[in-house]
Design a binder for this molecule. Structure first.
Ligand SMILES: NC(=O)c1ccc[n+]([C@@H]2O[C@H](COP(=O)([O-])OP(=O)(O)OC[C@H]3O[C@@H](n4cnc5c(N)ncnc54)[C@H](O)[C@@H]3O)[C@@H](O)[C@H]2O)c1
Length: 332
C-alpha cells in the first residue's frame, strides 16, 4: 500500500517505521524541505525519536514538494490543533479513493471537534482513528503492544487492521469512533493531573485514586457525547489511561510534574520540546464540560492551574474538600 504519513515527529516517525516494516511503500511528509533532507540523509530523528534508526525504504519529503495523488492511505500524525490546517492542505491534493487515518489525540479548541470530524469537514471524506497504549518510544523498538482502529465504516476498519497489524503491533477494530477519540483526548489532562500529584511528592495511593476517579468523570462526559461504555474499559480507554498516567515516556505526566514545581504552561512546552496535548485538551474540555454542565473535577482543576487561577497544592484541597459522594461508575 502507498502511504503518506504527514508529520515527522515522534509518533509519525515510529508509525512510518512500523508500516515500512510491514512492507508498505511509505513516504513521510515533514513540515519543511530542510527537515526532510536531514531525515533522508541521516535516517535518524534525534529531537523527536532519539536512538531509532529509520529504515532505508522510507522516503522523506517536505510538504511543499509532496505529491499526495498516489497515496492510498493518508495518515495524520500531527498535533490536534494542526489537523485542520493539514486537512485543508490535503483536500485538493488527495485522490478520491484514498483512506484517511488520524493518530491525533485531542479536541480542537474553539470548535470542540474531534480530529476525524475536522478531517471530514475539510476533505469531505471520512477518516478512521487509531488509539491505544502506544508510546512511540516503545513501538519504535518493536516492543509488543495493541491498539484500536475505529471507523464508522466497518470494511475500512477491517482493511486498516489487516494493513497495519504486525508481529509486534496488534490491531483491534472498533465502531465507536466517538468513544475512542474521546478517551484518547481525555486521558492527557488526566495524566497532567497525575504528574502534578507525583511532582508534589505524593505516592501510589494518590495516583491510583486520581486515575480511578478520572475514569468516573471520563465516563460521565463521554456517555453524553455518545461514547459506548465498553470503550472505556478497552485499549483506547483504560489501556491508554494506564500507559499515559504511569509511564516515564508520558510527556503529559512529565508536564504535570513540571507544573507542580512551579513552571508555567509555556515553559513546560518549551522544556518538553514537543506537543503536550493535555495542556490544550484541558482548555477544550473545560469549554465542553461547561457547555454541557457536566462535573469534571480532575480535568477542571488542571484547567484552573493552566489558567493561573490555582496552584497544584490548592487543587488538592479543592478535590479532597468536595462534598461526600456515593461511588458510581455507570456514567452518572
Ligand atoms: N508520541 C506518541 O507516543 C504518540 C502516541 C499516540 C498518539 N500520539 C498523538 O499523535 C499526535 C502527534 O504526536 P507526536 O508525539 O508525534 O508529536 P511531536 O510533537 O513529536 O511531532 C509533531 C509533528 O507534527 C509536525 N507539525 C506540527 N504542526 C504541523 C503542521 N501544521 N503541518 C505539518 N506538520 C506539523 C511537527 O513538525 C512535528 O514533526 C498527537 O496528537 C499525539 O497525542 C502520540
Amino acid at each position: 500500500m502507498r502511504v503518506a504519513v504527514i508529520g515527522s515527529g515522534s509518533w509519525g516517525s515510529a508509525f512510518a517505521r512500523l508500516l515500512a516494516r510491514r512492507g508498505h511503500d511509505v513516504e513521510v511528509l515533514a513540515l519543511t524541505r530542510e527537515e526532510a533532507a536531514q531525515l533522508q540523509a541521516t535516517r535518524e530523528n534525534p529531537h523527536f525519536l532519539p536512538g531509532v534508526r529509520l529504515p532505508q525504504e522510507i522516503r522523506f519529503t517536505g510538504m511543499e514538494d509532496a505529491d499526495l495523488a498516489p497515496a492510498e492511505l493518508i495518515v495524520y500524525a500531527v498535533p490536534t490543533q494542526a489537523v485542520r490546517e493539514v486537512a485543508r492542505w490535503v483536500a485538493p491534493r488527495r485522490s478520491g479513493g484514498a483512506l484517511q487515518l488520524s493518530l491525533a489525540k485531542g479536541y480542537e479548541i474553539g470548535s470542540l471537534k474531534r480530529p476525524t470530524q475536522v478531517i471530514e469537514e475539510e476533505t469531505g471524506a471520512g477518516a478512521a482513528a487509531l488509539s491505544g497504549p502506544n508510546h512511540a518510544e516503545e513501538v519504535s523498538k518493536d516492543m509488543p503492544s495493541a491498539t484500536v482502529v475505529a471507523c464508522t465504516d466497518e470494511a475500512v476498519a477491517v482493511e486498516l487492521q489487516s494493513q497495519i497489524t504486525s508481529d509486534t503491533f496488534r490491531v483491534y477494530t472498533n465502531d465507536d469512533v466517538v468513544g475512542v477519540e474521546f478517551c484518547g483526548a481525555v486521558k492527557n489532562p488526566i495524566a497532567v493531573a497525575v504528574g502534578m500529584s507525583d511532582g508534589l511528592g505524593f505516592g501510589d495511593n494518590s495516583r491510583a485514586s486520581l486515575i480511578t476517579r478520572s475514569v468516573a468523570e471520563m465516563t460521565r462526559l463521554g456517555m453524553i457525547q455518545g461514547a459506548h461504555i465498553a470503550t472505556f474499559t478497552g485499549l483506547a480507554g483504560i489501556g491508554d489511561l494506564i500507559a499515559t498516567c504511569t509511564s516515564r515516556h508520558s510527556r503529559n505526566r512529565l508536564a504535570g510534574e513540571l507544573l507542580a514545581r512551579g513552571a508555567s504552561p509555556a515553559e513546560v512546552e518549551r522544556q518538553v520540546g514537543q506537543v503536550v496535548e493535555g495542556l490544550h485538551t484541558a482548555v477544550a474540555l473545560h469549554d465542553l464540560a461547561t457547555r454541557l454542565d457536566i462535573e469534571m473535577p480532575v480535568t477542571e482543576n488542571v484547567y484552573q492551574v493552566l489558567a493561573g487561577n490555582r496552584t497544584p497544592q490548592e487543587c488538592v484541597a479543592v478535590l479532597m474538600g468536595r462534598t461526600p459522594k456515593k461511588e458510581r461508575h455507570d456514567g452518572v
